[in-house]
Design a protein. Structure first.
Length: 258
């Protein structure tokens, strides 16, 4: 299993889509260092480098990262089918469950890799602003960018950034699992990625439905990284979606003729 998992990570991170995604997510935050009108995004102003991860994540996790996740995770199936490398692998004495399981684990890890790249790029861009104590918020903790009043120390700010980054990865796990499921269904990278993005778009349209429906819609919990207080309901729901999409992908992969 470890050898399969290592192989899947090498293939995933070696894909052009993954390299492009890592490059974009790392370089995007550097734009803020040259943005004269950053107050359009953050009206209260940016006073610390600890605030830039929230700015970058606020843009990336709603648009770019889900798209990158959909394409790269879909490639775990689609690219191998197109290149003809999946069928020979399945002909070997290797359990199909292990094959799809290793792809699922690699896919679920990918959002955390992209979020980490975004945060690292943001912290690099924040060097000119400094990382000392400041009288505001990181955008990822209580009070968001305004803060809660007292001066925020570097250690507390770092913990808020780590917490926000981790929660951003958790909330994108269902997107990765859905992309893998679509990859198994369509065995084509483009079709699977489009199906994933289309499904997310349709879910967002359900905002017109009653609140009872909205509470269980995946896209209504894609702001987990900035939520405060009790996160249990959102985390449990996101894990249910991840487990549901993942197990369905495993079941279909085992019973599909590839």
């Amino acid at each position: 299993m470890l050898s399969l998992l290592s192989l899947e990570f090498r293939k995933m991170l070696g894909a052009r889509s993954a390299r492009l995604a890592l490059l974009v997510t790392f370089l995007l935050p550097l734009v803020w260092a040259f943005a004269p009108r950053l107050t359009v995004l953050v009206p209260v102003g940016i006073v610390s480098g600890w605030q830039l991860p929230a700015v970058s994540l606020g843009i990336a996790v709603q648009t770019l990262i889900p798209l990158f996740v959909a394409v790269t995770v879909a490639e775990l199936i689609g690219a191998e089918v197109a290149q003809g490398t999946l069928a020979p692998l399945l002909l070997r004495p290797v359990d199909r469950t292990r094959v799809i399981g290793s792809k699922l684990i690699a896919g679920l890890t990918y959002p955390f890799i992209l979020v980490a790249s975004t945060v690292l790029g943001s912290l690099l861009a924040g060097i000119p602003l400094g990382f000392g104590p400041f009288s505001a918020g990181t955008g990822l903790g209580p009070g968001l960018f305004v803060g809660t009043g007292p001066e925020l120390g570097s250690a507390a700010a770092a913990l808020q950034v780590l917490r926000g980054g981790f929660l951003a990865g958790v909330m994108l796990m269902p997107v990765a699992a859905l992309a893998l499921l679509c990859g198994v269904l369509y065995v084509n990278t483009a079709a699977a990625a489009l199906a994933t993005i289309a499904a997310l778009s349709v879910m967002r349209l359900l905002v017109v439905f009653p609140e009872a429906v909205q509470r269980v819609v995946l896209t209504n919990h894609l702001n987990l990284y900035v939520q405060q207080g009790n996160l249990t309901e959102s985390v449990v729901l996101l894990l249910i979606y991840t487990l549901g999409f993942g197990l369905t992908a495993v079941f279909l992969f085992e019973n599909r003729d590839l």
